[in-house]
Design a protein around this ligand. Structure first.
Ligand SMILES: Nc1nc2c(c(=O)[nH]1)N[C@@H](CN(C=O)c1ccc(C(=O)N[C@@H](CCC(=O)O)C(=O)O)cc1)CN2
Ligand code: GAR
Length: 200
């Protein structure tokens, strides 16, 4: 399955997906990696893996719609069948979502619907929850509101800092995202409205 990845930051989830593809754990071909940020670590990792990269920096466009239209053109050029958001820090607009012909997945560092948006780990610590975790979900027009594919809990420790909790959740993200992408690529994920069945 021809797959593209969008990332804004360091790219450890992108790296985990590249390594899973290499070890044939994932029946996907990562054909392109893009970012909204110049110099994103994720794009350095993709280049090192020989994956074509593109930057869609907002300063190169009159507005966000034009930016996202360019992303869609790039998707079409690469005949993309699956888009993975891996720390992509832009909310995809409704026009993009309407025109997307491919499923879009996202990894989020909380047990949605708790703590959507940015700084989910900080939100969890400030709220005082004892359990947090991560979620892989289909992306829809809402913010972190799409149907949930997989989730895994991570305990919040009394002495946890935002960094410490983020690192513990991140280790789970790498494994969970790889498993969710594997299931989707194998056609083992069945959406029934908001509910997602995992077929054995
Ligand atoms: N249509 C959707 N787009 C995106 C989703 C989604 O569920 N639906 N998930 C996000 C990822 N994400 C959390 O997992 C997330 C990313 C960014 C933001 C946000 O508020 N971004 C601001 C800009 C922030 C900045 O530039 O520092 C914005 O877009 O104005 C919230 C949640 C990916 N996209
Ligand atoms: N709301 C989106 C969000 O917070 N995404 C989070 O950004 C990090 C990216 O790390 P990475 O660049 O090392 O993969 C990950 O923890 C991911 O869950």
């Amino acid at each position: 399955m021809r797959t593209a990845i969008l990332a804004s930051g360091r790219g450890s989830n992108l790296q985990a997906l590249i390594e899973a593809q290499r070890s044939a754990k994932l029946p996907i071909e990562i054909v392109a990696a893009g970012s909204d940020q110049f110099g994103a670590g994720a794009l350095k990792r993709a280049k090192e893996a020989g994956i074509p990269t593109r930057v869609f920096h907002i300063s190169d466009y009159p507005d966000r719609q034009a930016q996202e239209q360019d992303i869609l053109i790039w998707m079409r050029e690469n005949q993309v069948e699956l888009l993975l958001l891996a720390g992509y820090m832009r909310v995809l607009g409704s026009q993009f979502m309407r025109q997307a012909w491919f499923p879009i997945l996202n990894i989020h560092p909380s047990l949605l619907p708790a703590f959507p948006g940015l700084h989910a780990q900080r939100q969890a610590l400030e709220y005082g929850v004892k359990i947090s975790g991560c979620t892989v979900h289909f992306v829809d027009e809402g913010l972190d509101s799409g149907p949930i594919i997989l989730q895994e809990a991570v305990p919040v420790l009394a002495e946890d800092t935002e960094e410490g909790l983020s690192q513990r959740i991140l280790a789970v993200e790498h494994r969970l995202y790889t498993e969710a992408v594997r299931l989707v690529a194998l056609g083992k994920v069945n959406r029934i409205g908001r509910r997602v069945q995992i077929l054995q």
